[in-house]
Design a protein around this ligand. Structure first.
Ligand code: NAI
Length: 334
């Protein structure tokens, strides 16, 4: 009798530890929908909360018919909708916000998206302060510092749990290299550092399987401006959504794997970083080892060549301004 109840309790505590609620804010959007679908297919996700200013319940009803075990619920901005969607979340992803149209830079989205992200960060700081927050909304270089400032103002900022999602840059780099070299992209691990827009995106080909690619200007341009290819091809209908959903789902899965005890999970992502802090660049994307509490270790950049050194220099100038813009926004519009 005692042994049976002990066993039951142990079984419960093992499964309880692996209960992972994941919340998507902006779930009815171009990224939000396929991202939510991919999360529904992830066996590590046990509860999926889908929030949007419109359409959350519809997307949730649709996805809830997919025959995997997780429960799915949609939320609307009723007085408690956002708070309920966030309560108990282990991971919160923010793909809410407007996407680019042809000719726009990510910074052009600042005016609209800064306040959307600020308000969602306020809600997350109040209802899910311990969750890992994954910011997809652009301009990531500024929206991540915005979240940090909001969390600081609420007294709940933990730099180990705030991530700008730059995974798509890594995904693109490995795919583009594999196309050139006729290899399998799964074998092409390209480290991409810096930020997430134009020249702030710095792929380190000298550290890859193909150091010769460091002089390939066309490839560099594709990695830095790959998002523009999609914006132009969609011709006014938005930016990358499907590849971004895959990248966001991969980042969320990496965090869940690490929180469930897997060691050596590394994802380049945009986090508060000591690497270039002395130059006033307080957030930087580099190889980040993930652990149960989020950031476990920020790896050094490693050896780069002269070409890449120049790229890093150009990156730092822009990045510093983007970060300062986010910090200033919250100071002036708390
Ligand atoms: P979308 O316009 O298709 O979807 C955005 C969704 O956010 C809509 O459903 C809208 O109702 C919702 N929304 C707006 N304000 C909201 C609020 N206050 N609370 C909750 N939901 C809200 O846009 P899409 O294509 O899904 O892009 C979303 C964002 O992701 C854009 O800012 C885009 O630039 C960014 N993005 C980031 C990438 C990255 O690599 N980090 C790659 C591609 C896009």
């Amino acid at each position: 009798m005692f042994a049976a109840s002990m066993l039951q309790r142990r079984a419960f505590s093992v499964s309880a530890r692996n209960l992972s609620k994941v919340t998507v804010l902006g779930a009815a959007g171009g990224i939000g929908q396929p991202l939510s679908l991919l999360l529904k297919l992830n066996p590590r996700v046990t509860e999926l909360a889908l929030y949007d200013i419109r359409g959350g319940p519809g997307v949730a009803a649709d996805i809830s018919h997919v025959n995997t075990k997780s429960s799915v619920k949609g939320y609307e901005p009723s007085p408690t909708g956002l708070a309920s969607a966030l309560k108990g979340a282990e991971v919160v992803l923010i793909p809410a916000g407007v996407p680019r149209k042809p000719g726009m830079s990510r910074d052009d989205l600042f005016n609209t998206n800064a306040s959307i992200v600020r308000d969602l960060a306020k809600a997350a700081a109040e209802s899910a302060p311990d969750a890992k927050l994954l910011v997809i909304a652009n301009p990531v270089n500024s929206t991540v510092p915005i979240c940090a400032e909001v969390y600081k103002s609420k007294g709940v900022y933990n730099p180990k749990k705030l991530f700008g999602v730059t995974t798509l840059d890594v995904v693109r780099a490995s795919r583009f290299v594999s196309e050139i070299k006729d290899t399998d992209p799964k074998d092409e691990n390209i480290t991409v550092i810096g930020g997430h827009s134009g020249v702030t995106i710095v792929p380190l080909f000298s550290q890859s399987n193909h150091p010769d690619l460091t002089n390939n200007a066309e490839l560099l341009k594709r990695v830095q401006f790959g998002g523009d290819e999609v914006v132009q091809a969609k011709d006014g209908a938005g930016s990358a959504t499907l590849s971004m959903a895959m990248a966001g789902a991969r980042m969320a899965d990496s965090l869940l794997r690490a929180s469930q005890g897997e060691k050596g999970v590394i994802e380049p992502s945009f986090v508060e970083s000591p690497l270039y802090k002395d130059q006033g660049v307080t957030f930087f994307s580099s190889k980040v080892e993930l652990g149960p509490n989020g950031v476990e270790q920020i790896h050094p950049i490693g050896k780069v060549d002269a070409n890449e050194e120049k790229l890093i220099e150009a990156c730092l100038g822009d990045l510093k301004k983007n970060i300062e813009k986010g910090v200033k926004f919250v100071a002036e519009n708390p």
